[in-house]
Design a protein around this ligand. Structure first.
Ligand code: DX5
Ligand code: ZN
Length: 214
């Protein structure tokens, strides 16, 4: 039920294929791919050509997290490159419902992400249509930041909303997840746990994944 999604943002970009293999061999279910455009967030990371190259080396589920303005312009490129799940930020788009349909039409699962300062109310009408909601537990843009505790209540509320509505949508959390904070988010109802520095910064990746899984 719990899925671990190591974020390759904390991996060695000169050896990405090996870094992906290292965590999938250690039992990670997803590979979390952070796409930053230097506008929605200050950093620039990677684009669909990198995903296309990685796809040739790995069967893992590619969980693409778009931190970009105009996400609707990127969907087909990432789908064709081999993304399995595409998540975009509610704050970066106007026509959320249309983009969710666009992601599904491209053959991927659709996720919507919320920054720490964004209310759940923004996506209530979309819960029936998405496969996953991503609750950011840091402000997006960088790995290695401190977990924002106030997001636990949001995760808890989302979990109960999904249960009450009878849906099966996944709850992903991203930012500051380690062995300690993973326990808190699991208890609040999250089931897809992203971790960058806590996995790639660990001397034993298998142990780190096991500890986060709980
Ligand atoms: C932050 C990214 C995260 C980041 C998480 O903007 O979306 O996926 O890599 O890194 P850690 O786990 O180190 O907080
Ligand atoms: Zn991410």
């Amino acid at each position: 039920m719990i899925k671990i999604a190591p974020s390759i943002l904390s991996a060695d970009f000169a050896h990405l294929a090996d870094e992906v293999k290292k965590v999938t061999d250690a039992g990670a279910e997803y590979i979390h791919i952070d796409v930053m455009d230097g506008t929605f967030v200050p950093n620039i990371t990677l684009g669909s050509p990198v995903v296309k190259s990685l796809r040739k080396t790995s069967q893992a589920v590619f969980d693409v997290h778009l931190m970009t303005e105009h996400p609707e312009t990127q969907i087909e490129a990432f789908a064709e490159a081999g993304a399995d799940i595409i998540t975009f930020h509610a704050e970066a788009a106007k026509h959320h419902h249309r983009i969710i349909q666009q992601i599904k039409a491209a053959g991927c699962k659709a996720g919507i992400a919320l920054n720490p300062g964004t209310s759940l109310a923004m996506i209530e009408e979309l819960i029936a249509d998405v496969d996953m909601v991503l609750i950011m537990t840091v402000n997006p843009g960088f790995g290695g930041q401190k977990f924002i505790e106030s997001q636990l209540e949001k995760i808890h509320m989302l979990y109960h909303t999904i249960q009450d509505m009878g849906f099966t949508c996944d709850i992903e959390v991203d930012g500051g997840i380690n062995a300690e904070t993973s326990k808190l988010v699991r208890e609040a109802g999250a089931n897809v746990l992203v971790a960058g520095s806590a996995i790639y910064g660990a001397s034993d990746v298998s142990e780190a994944i096991k500890a986060i899984r709980g």
